[in-house]
Every structure is written in C-alpha cells, then in structure tokens.
Design a protein around this ligand. Structure first.
Ligand code: NAP
Length: 459
C-alpha cells in the first residue's frame, strides 16, 4: 500500500509584507501539499503595514486585504505573541523550529535604527524617526514614549520617504489626522504641538534625494501649506546625470521654489548639502550645528558630499534622525554587521540548511511594500528548487496537533488567527462612529484581553 507523502511544513518568522508574500508564494502552488505556520512576536500581524506605513496613507495600507486572503487559507496558521529567540529572550528557539519544520523563513525586517555618531546625539530631544513612527502608529513597544512638541522648529535629518512621513505628520492639520488610524495618544500630543516649521535636511543635493515623487508631490495638499525650497538649491543642476525619479523630484521642487503659495499654520522646509555636526543644549536639545557640504562626482557618476568647513546653527528642540533602519542579528545565524542583513544567496541563508530569508533582513531596508513580493517569490523559488533537488526533504510528520500543544505550553497567551480577527473587528467597530478606519489598541494587555477572553468565552 502506498504511503501518502507528508506535507511540506514551513515556519515563517515575522508577519509583515515579506512574510505574507512568502506564505502566498508557497500556498499558490496547487500541486504542492504545504502547511505554513507564521510566528509573530506581537499580538497583531502585518508588520510595517500596521506599524510603519503612515496613518494618512490608507491606500498603501489597503494591501492588508491581500494578507487577509492568504491568512484565510486552510493550510495557513497565525501564531501571534510568540517570540523566537534564544534563552530568556524568547518563548521558542530557532533550534526548536528547525526540529519541527522542514524549512524556516525569516521575515523579521530591520528593527534597529542607524545613529548619526555626532556629539550631543544622546540629549533628550534627539530621537530616531523609527521610534516616532512606532509611537504614532501605536506599536506597543513605543506606546509609552513621550515626545516634547513645545518647540517652534523640528529638524528631520535624511532625505528618504521616512523623513517625509514624519515631517508630514508633524505638519498635518489635526482634523485630517483625526480621520486616520493614528494612535490616540499621538493624536492628543500632536493637537497641542507648537511646531510651526519642520526643516528636512539632506547631506547631498536636491538631485540625490531618496524621496519618491508622489510622496514629495502630496506635501502641499496634506499639510495645507507651501513647501519652502531655496531657488538656488534647485538651479544649475546637470539633469542628464540624474535618474528618472530624481528628475521628476527636481521638477516638483522647482515648482515649490517658484511658488508664492502662503505657508499654512505649519510648513516644511527642504534644505540640501548640509550634515548634522553637533547637537547642543543645556540638558536637552536647543541647537543643531549643520556643516555645509560641496558635491563631488566620481568617475562612475556617484555623487558624494564633502564638508566645506562652513557652519550654520539652527534653533530647535526636536531632531529626528531618519537615516535608515538596520537589521538585528538572530542567535546562531550569520550576520553582516555593516549592512545589517543575514548573508544569503537569493534568499538561502549562507552556511545554514533549510533556513531562508525574505524582505529587509535579506536585502536591507530598501524599496516600497510591493518590492517585497518579488523578493519573497525569489526566495520561495529557491526553497522549492531545494525541495525538487532533495536538499530539502519532507519529514514524515504532520505537526498540526502537537505544534499547537507545544506552543500553548510555551505561550499560554497565544494569539491565533481567530484571536486576531476579534482584535481587528473590535478596532474597526471603535473607528466607525468617528469616520476612522479603526481605533488601534496600542498595549499588548488590551490586545490580549480582546483576543483571548472572547476566544475563551467562545469555547
Ligand atoms: P532611505 O530611503 O534609504 O533614506 C535614508 C536617507 O538618510 C538618505 O537620504 C541618506 O542620504 C540619509 N542618510 C544616511 N546616513 C546619513 C547621515 N549619516 N547623515 C545624513 N543623512 C544620512 O531610508 P528610509 O527613508 O528609512 O526608507 C526606507 C525604505 O522604505 C525606502 O526604500 C523608502 O522608500 C521606503 N519607504 C516608503 C514609503 C512610501 O512608499 N510612502 C514610506 C516610508 C518608507 P544618502 O543618500 O546621502 O545616503
């Protein structure tokens, strides 16, 4: 009698976009009998879509409906509030996962922030944009942070989309934010903000900014204000050497520079060729010293910034560094400290068997949400090739029963897909009377109360 082949079992660690796209790519194979279990440290899924994408970008957030469809499939299970790590830091370990699953995919993103490395950086009032974003998006790890918005000018260091997100949120009229799913605690603090100008500083030129054009173009509409760009900083730029996006950005910035639109209650100023040199203040940030840079173009076309020695002092009480995210090492797996990623070949972790990576921990913090789809498909393609070549084998086990028992023992407050559905429904219902997509629960205890009590009451 032929013995039925055991299903392929895959654990995905992390429930952000790259994790869901990996799950989707696995489940999208009609001829493959596969079971996918997704583990998430937090009580809620969707990673950056819930905690990174700005609350006033609901269209970008609507991609979560794709993830909900994946999660609804029978061969998929969600296990939230489970931390994977070694020793006391985790509920379960990497070794336990590789013992129980045929393959493990890490989709853990990049949870650390990069530092500026300048004197005064540790002063209160100098903060990582990552923390500010987590705070206004209701991430439980950041819900208890406090931000002092009593100064008139905030400064954002960096010229990426995160810099524009935080600048825009700081400048948005309150009634606009009140219609979003921004955390209630942030809404309250932003309502009383005294900030009238957010200065966004780039170390290179207007032609080298990493913003994408729609994000740059929407600023006047979202902040109900003109954007201050110094005309001389967008003049005399050799456009032939610029990328398509940079050319489009420059076009938008030139319109801002030429515009005589009045500044609103709050406005954004873009300044280029300036690097943070020092933060000064008596017990907290009061001034930022900026160094002026000149640009030099290398033979390969790369434009770099060089200190001219000129200095400028800006009064400010809040400096947000938005200079990129950085991955955090996973116990037992190789790690490239400089790039902040797990070394891999097309998603196969170097020096490991049956372990794979997707998303920002694989390639670094670049690209938009959709970029992760292609990236996850690439990794899953390698995983399936390993299965076909025999490098990866189905073990003769179906962990559907004992995995749940094992997890319940390790984490009695396990949040399943059913528990998340309860949270999701409760948040959406709370948002309805106020015309908001949801009112986020921002503390793990509150999330668990909903996910677990009602689940228990149901049984
Ligand atoms: P990013 O796009 O890599 O931008 C980082 C910025 O920091 C660059 O302008 C970089 O300048 C600057 N920088 C780095 N080190 C610096 C230093 N020591 N001093 C001064 N400036 C420094 O990173 P991000 O803004 O964190 O965004 C991460 C990814 O998420 C990006 O791909 C972004 O597009 C994406 N994202 C997308 C959206 C959206 O679609 N709406 C929203 C948020 C984020 P150099 O270029 O000179 O290195």
């Amino acid at each position: 009698m032929a013995v039925a082949e055991a299903p392929l079992t895959v654990a995905i660690i992390g429930s952000g976009p790259s994790g869901f796209y990996a799950a989707g790519a696995l489940l999208d194979n009609p001829d493959l009998d596969v079971r996918v279990d997704m583990f998430e440290r937090l009580a809620t899924p969707w990673g950056l879509v819930r905690f990174g994408v700005a609350p006033d970008h609901p269209k970008i957030k609507s991609v979560s409906s794709v993830y909900a469809k994946i999660a609804a499939q029978e061969s998929f299970r969600f296990f939230g509030n489970v931390e994977v790590g070694g020793g006391i830091s985790g509920d379960i370990t990497r070794d336990e996962l590789t013992e129980r699953y045929d393959a493990v995919i890490y989709a853990v993103g990049t949870q650390g922030d990069r530092k500026l490395g300048i004197p005064g950086e540790e002063l209160p009032g100098s903060v990582a944009a990552v923390d500010f974003v987590g705070w206004y998006n209701g991430h439980p790890d950041y819900a208890d942070l406090t931000f002092d918005l009593s100064c008139e000018r905030a400064v954002v260091i960096g010229n990426g989309n995160v810099a524009l997100d935080v600048a825009r949120i700081l400048c948005s009229p309150h009634d606009r934010l009140a219609k979003t799913d921004i955390a209630d605690h942030a809404l309250e603090v932003l309502r009383d903000s005294k900030i009238t100008e957010v200065l966004v500083v780039g170390r290179r030129g207007a032609g080298q900014a990493a913003f994408t054009t729609p994000e740059l173009k929407e600023l006047p509409e979202y902040t109900e204000s003109g954007v201050d760009v110094a005309p001389e900083q967008v003049a005399d730029i050799d456009e032939d050497s610029l990328s398509k996006v940079a050319k489009r950005n420059l076009g938008v910035m030139r319109v801002y520079a030429d515009s005589d639109t009045e500044y609103g209650q709050r406005h954004i100023t873009l300044r280029f060729q300036r690097s943070p040199v020092e933060l000064r203040g008596d017990g907290r940030v009061e001034e930022l010293v900026l160094g002026h840079n000149e640009l030099r173009t290398a033979e390969d076309g790369w434009v770099s910034a060089h200190d001219t020695g000129a200095r400028e002092t800006v009064r400010t009480g809040l400096v947000l560094r938005a200079v990129g995210y950085k991955g955090i090492a996973i116990d037992g797996l190789p790690f490239d400290e400089r790039r902040g990623v797990i070394p891999n070949e097309l998603g196969r972790v170097v020096g490991a068997e049956r372990e794979y990576v997707v998303g920002w921990i694989k390639r670094g913090p670049t690209g938009i949400i959709g970029t992760n789809r292609k990236d996850s498909v690439e990794t899953v393609t390698q995983l399936l090739a390993d299965l076909a070549s025999g490098k990866l084998r189905r073990h003769d086990r179906d962990g559907s029963v004992d995995i749940e028992d094992w997890l319940a023992e390790r984490q009695p407050d396990l949040v399943t897909e059913q528990g998340w559905q309860l949270i999701d429904a409760a948040e959406r219902t709370a948002g309805e009377p106020h015309g908001r997509p949801r009112v986020k629960l921002c503390r793990t205890d509150a999330l668990l109360d909903i996910a677990l009590n009602r689940t228990r009451a149901d049984v």
